[in-house]
Design a protein around this ligand. Structure first.
Ligand SMILES: Nc1ncnc2c1ncn2[C@@H]1O[C@H](COP(=O)(O)OP(=O)(O)O)[C@@H](O)[C@H]1O
Ligand SMILES: [Mg+2]
Length: 294
């Protein structure tokens, strides 16, 4: 633990640079701090997400898909609205609904993912570095204006989705392909440490120099029932690059799309993942833990 927070965190107001279902992220030059959303805010986002999904077909060109991909500015106002309705109904009642079930699942997966990262990935360079310091109040842009933090995370220069968009805009398709291969390499490095990400969206990965890191350990698992389910789903995906949102980026280069899809299909099978899994050699009935899904 450091004696105090880096000065750049307390010098000025931190800018809001990203958000997911569970967190809002603020940054200084080299560090980010994460604010965990309240349960009612997460529930409101889940309700909105369910609603947008239902009416997606009726929304004008791509708006639904955009709203679903990232809970950004457009949805913020709606969320606050829904959240005020959410808070009128007792939590216990929400928990009996499908949205409540999704909330429970999300929360459980999120905290398990962070635990698995602490156990298997800290110090490996596969995730950004974190620092701890005594509780410090920092000023942040927008509501609530300030935040108490005791940890900061190494800031990445860009999320992988944005980085690929930029490379494609510059028509540097060699770089696009190189980063896509690094993405696959990073996933494999995780498997060889006994964790699998069920939430492998491109915006959960970040670029630091020529290194790719996992930003959001939320969704990590080592449970083979879940991994198997996810892999079964993966095998039903027609074009993995489209599923990952890479359709527009790779449109000018179908050859890269093909190579990526083929590699993805090859790797994301039970066989492909088990080949890298730590107990890969002794398993298949030889070790006492063989076949145990934990
Ligand atoms: N270390 C980081 N550096 C820069 N941006 C980050 C960092 N961590 C997260 N972000 C941004 O914040 C977003 C949300 O963070 P994340 O940890 O994925 O929250 P959630 O658990 O809500 O999905 C990310 O998609 C990314 O855009
Ligand atoms: Mg995320």
């Amino acid at each position: 633990m450091l004696p105090r927070a880096p000065e750049e965190l307390t010098n000025g107001k931190l800018r809001r640079i990203g958000e997911g279902i569970g967190r809002v992220v603020y940054a200084s030059e080299h560090w980010v701090v994460k604010r965990q959303r309240s349960p009612s805010a997460v529930l409101a986002l889940i309700l909105l997400w369910k609603f947008v999904r239902r009416i997606q077909a009726a929304l004008p060109g791509g708006l639904g898909a955009r709203l679903l991909r990232r809970p950004g500015k457009q949805i913020r106002f709606l969320r606050v609205l829904v959240q005020s309705v959410v808070s009128l109904v007792p939590r216990g009642l929400w928990m009996m609904t499908h949205a409540g079930e999704v909330w429970r699942l999300y929360t459980a997966k999120d905290s398990r993912g962070y635990e698995l990262a602490a156990e298997h990935l800290v110090g490996t360079g596969l995730i950004p570095a974190t620092i701890q310091f005594p509780t410090t109040t920092v000023r942040v842009g927008g509501w609530p204006g300030y935040l108490n933090v005791e940890e900061a995370t190494e800031r990445v220069s860009s999320t992988l989705d944005r980085h690929l968009e930029r490379c494609a805009r510059l028509e540097d398709f060699d770089a696009v392909e190189k980063w896509l291969m690094r993405f696959l390499d990073l996933r494999r490095s995780g498997w060889s440490r006994g964790v699998f990400s069920t939430d492998a969206h491109l915006k959960n990965y970040g670029v630091i120099g020529d290194r790719l890191v996992l930003l959001d350990p939320g969704g990590l698992t080592k449970n083979w029932d879940e991994i198997g389910d996810r892999l079964a789903w993966e095998s039903s995906v027609e074009a993995p690059h489209v599923q990952l949102g890479l359709g527009p980026i790779l449109a000018p280069r179908p050859d890269i799309a093909d190579r990526f899809d083929n590699r993805w299909r090859e790797l994301l099978t039970e066989e492909g993942v088990r080949r890298h899994w730590p107990s890969a050699t002794p398993h298949r009935g030889l070790s006492p833990s063989a076949g145990r899904s934990s």
